[in-house]
Design a protein around this ligand. Structure first.
Ligand code: ADP
Ligand code: MG
Length: 395
C-alpha cells in the first residue's frame, strides 16, 4: 500500500474513535467527490464464523461466491446477521449535506434484500463524520474488461444490472447515477452489485431542486434555455450556446448525474423525471460495450452533450423531444443533419466492423429500446428483461 494511502487510513483510524477496534483497514479502493472508500477486514467476523459454515461459506468472499441458488439464502442471512469478513467502508465527506447522507442511508436501508443491490450492513457516525459499512464485493475494473466482452458477457452484465434496477424502480427510487463505476461486476460470478445511492431519490419527491445539483455551473447558467443552441452565432466568444441577456425565467430541474450518462429529459430540464432516466444510462453502457469505446460520450457540459446527442438522432427527432418538455431545440452546427443515423450504423462505425453478428444485432435492438428519446416509450427494467436478447438469445 502506498505511503500516502497508509497515512490517509491512519488518519481515519485516529479521528474516528473505536473504528480500529472493529476494522482493520486494508486499502483505499475509491475516491470520489463525495466519499472515500476503503477495503477493511471486520475483526468481529470470527465471532460469527460458525454461522457461515451452515452455508458452506468458510472462505473469504463467501456471501458472493456461492452458487446463485444458495446465494439467495446467504444474502437473506447476510441481511439479517449483517456480517462479512471483508467490508467496504464508505467515508462520506462532511461537505455532503446531512440530508443527503441520511437520504443515501435511508434508501439503502429500504433496498436491503434486493438482488444485485449492495446491502448496507450498518453505519457509524462520529461528530460530523459518517461511515457506511457494506460487504466488500470483488469486481473487475470496467476499463479493463469492456473491450474483451463477448455478447454473452454483455448479456450477463446487463441482466444483473437490470435485475438491480428492477428492484430499485419497484421501490419507486431513481438511482440517478448509473454508470460503470457504480455497478461492480464480477466476471467469474457473472453478477454484479449496484452501489452508490448518493444521488438517488424517491420518484416524485419534492427534493429534486437545484439543492442537489452537483455542478456549480448550473447556477451560473440557470438562465440558459438549454436547448437553445447557437441561434445567435457567437461573436468571437466561447459562450456559443445561449443568448447573453436572456430575460426568460430559468427552469430548475435536478441535473444530478454524470456527464455522458444523462438522459435527454435531464438535459432538457424536465421537472418530472422518472425511473426511465436510469434506463437511458443503461443504454449508454450497452452502447459503450457494443461500440467498444469508453467513454462513448465525452461532452464538457450539457450543451455539448446535446450536440453529441443530436449528431446521432438528427435535428428532427431532437426538436420533437425538446417540444415534449416544453423546450425549443435549434442548432446551426453544420455537421448535424436532419435525419440522424441508425443504431446499427453507429455501432458498426464505433467498433470498426463491417457487419454485426446476429447476436450483436439483437443487442442493438435492445439498445434502441433503451436509448429512446421519449421516456414514455423507453423500455423499463422489467420490459428490458423480457427482451429477446435475454429470453430468446441468438448465438
Ligand atoms: P462515490 O459516491 O464516491 O462514487 P461509491 O459508493 O460509488 O462512492 O464507491 C466508490 C468506489 O468504491 C466504487 O466505484 C468501487 O470501486 C468502490 N466500492 C464501493 N463499494 C464497494 C463494495 N461494496 N465492494 C467493493 N468496492 C466498492
Ligand atoms: Mg460512485
Amino acid at each position: 500500500v502506498d505511503e500516502s494511502v497508509r497515512e490517509d487510513m491512519t488518519k481515519l483510524e485516529d479521528t474516528f474513535p473505536g473504528i480500529s477496534d472493529r476494522f482493520r483497514l486494508v486499502n483505499r479502493i475509491g475516491e470520489g467527490t463525495f466519499s472515500t472508500v476503503y477495503k477493511a477486514e471486520d475483526l468481529l467476523y470470527d465471532h460469527y464464523h460458525n454461522d457461515w459454515d451452515i452455508f458452506g461459506q468458510a472462505q473469504e468472499q463467501e456471501a458472493w461466491a456461492s452458487p446463485p441458488s444458495k446465494r439467495r439464502r446467504v444474502e437473506g442471512e447476510h441481511a439479517r446477521h449483517k456480517k462479512a469478513r471483508y467490508v467496504a467502508l464508505k467515508k462520506i465527506y462532511v461537505t455532503s449535506s446531512p440530508i443527503r447522507i441520511q437520504n443515501e442511508l435511508e434508501l439503502l436501508h429500504d433496498l436491503r434484500g434486493c438482488r444485485s443491490v449492495c446491502p448496507l450492513i450498518t453505519a457509524f457516525r462520529f461528530q460530523d463524520q459518517v461511515v457506511a459499512v457494506l460487504p466488500y464485493f470483488p469486481h473487475t475494473d470496467f476499463r479493463i474488461q469492456y473491450r474483451t466482452f463477448m455478447v454473452a458477457d454483455m448479456r450477463h452484465y446487463l441482466r444483473s444490472l437490470l435485475t438491480a434496477l428492477h428492484s430499485v424502480h419497484e421501490h419507486d427510487i431513481l438511482h440517478r447515477d448509473i454508470k460503470p463505476t457504480n455497478f461492480l461486476y464480477n466476471p467469474d460470478l457473472k453478477e454484479g452489485v449496484l452501489v452508490d445511492f448518493g444521488l438517488a431519490e424517491r420518484q416524485g419527491s419534492e427534493y429534486t431542486g437545484a439543492c442537489l445539483c452537483t455542478h456549480q455551473s448550473y447556477v451560473r447558467r440557470s438562465r440558459i434555455l438549454s436547448s437553445y443552441y447557437s441561434k445567435n452565432p457567437p461573436a468571437g466568444g466561447l459562450s456559443t450556446g445561449y443568448p447573453k441577456n436572456d430575460s426568460r425565467s430559468s427552469r430548475r430541474a435536478n441535473r444530478a448525474g454524470t456527464r455522458g450518462f444523462r438522459a435527454p429529459e435531464v438535459l432538457f430540464k424536465c421537472t418530472s423525471q422518472t425511473t426511465k432516466i436510469d434506463m437511458w444510462s443503461v443504454g449508454v453502457i450497452l452502447l459503450t460495450l457494443l461500440g467498444r469505446r469508453f467513454p462513448f460520450f465525452n461532452s464538457a457540459d450539457d450543451i455539448d452533450a446535446m450536440i453529441e446527442m443530436s449528431s446521432i438522432f438528427g435535428t428532427r427527432r431532437m426538436k420533437t423531444a425538446a417540444a415534449m418538455h416544453g423546450q425549443i431545440f435549434e442548432t446551426n452546427v453544420p455537421t448535424i443533419g436532419e435525419k440522424g443515423y441508425s443504431w446499427e450504423k453507429l455501432v458498426k462505425w464505433s467498433s470498426c466492423v463491417e457487419d454485426l453478428t446476429e447476436s450483436e444485432q439483437q443487442a442493438t435492438r435492445l439498445l434502441a429500446g433503451l436509448m429512446e428519446l421519449d421516456p414514455t416509450k423507453r423500455l423499463s427494467a422489467e420490459e428490458a428483461l423480457q427482451h429477446d436478447f435475454f429470453t430468446n438469445p441468438v448465438h
